[in-house]
Design a binder for this molecule. Sequence first.
Ligand code: PLP
Length: 382
Amino acid sequence: MHIQFNSKLPSIEMTIFTIMSKLAKDNNAVNLSQGFPDFDTDPKLIELVSRAMKNGFNQYSPMQGIMELRERIAEKFDALYNSTYNPDTEITITAGATQAIFTIISTFVNADDEVIIFKPAYDCYEPAIELHKGKSICVQLEAPHFKVDWQKVKALISNKTKMIIINTPHNPCGTVWSKEDMLALESLVRNTNIIVLSDEVYEHIIFDGKQHQSVCLFPNLKERSFITASFGKTFHNTGWKMGYCTAPAELMHEFRKTHQFNVFCANHPIQIALAEYLRAPQHYLDLSSFYQNKRDFFLKAIESSRFKFIPSSGTYFQLLDYSKITEEGDVEFAIRLAKESKIASIPISVFNVDKLDTKTLRFCFAKKNETLEKAAAILNQI
Ligand SMILES: Cc1ncc(COP(=O)(O)O)c(C=O)c1O
């Protein structure tokens, strides 16, 4: 018998990450598609997790996360941004940034509410909005600089606008918003009830001396914003699915009502381990130079290829423009590269409005130098 039901997400197909990673595996291709490192997390951190398990931290943690970890996070905001979050009421530990993002949208977006997002956009925002019968209002940014036209954004704001989702440093573009961008956003939302969801999972991966412009640096943004963060991105263990979010107490109180019936709490032994590991800020302060070296290594190795690029300013992604090579669509070209040239990437059109194709592919450089060398050798032949 076939069970009849109406899909709540009729237009969602298998994600491009799953498709490209499978193609990479089936074709034994160098995989620069999905955003995860091919090197391991710090053995010290693994040791701390094992120790926490051996010490019996194997049952539920408090719903909001353990206090020690929330305190370490509060100290980090204080040290980096001179910004205060109360660990008791304004910080919650989550099962990765994705769960935080889903729960924020689930908590606040009602039927017919509008949520402004900037395209290309990371792919977990829109399905969550759709599941809650909200409407995504998309602002398409133009390659190759992906600058925001704030007048256009202003024109899209109405009394239906419930939320604006931003992401800096940006996946997939590798761009970083400036202070002026944040001030423009701040002035647009002042005296409104708009909530800002600021996806800052790459806050510690920012290059060429640029400063991360967290929403917490701007008082009129901070008072209405959630920040979402990912330990997986910061400590090279995306499979652990650990993250957190911060927000003013009133918003966080409402968030926790949903959170407690969603996962209830995040992985307990890993929280114990992270609380200890975060005592050494060097573990995240060194990340920008670590990844900047990888970016530079990769770009130097492909400088004589036929791909065009603007060096990424943050994240561990690099966009490459292949318009000098072929007129093929980006999905078609990415699939051919995986099958024939044995290198997997992500076509950018999947993140754009109406699958706008700008002949651009995204490559992840969170890889060992030997993997990047292999990738460059292939790209130089194309
Ligand atoms: C922009 C952005 N937000 C959120 C996430 C999800 O983070 P997590 O793995 O902690 O759920 C990712 C992961 O790729 C991302 O790139």
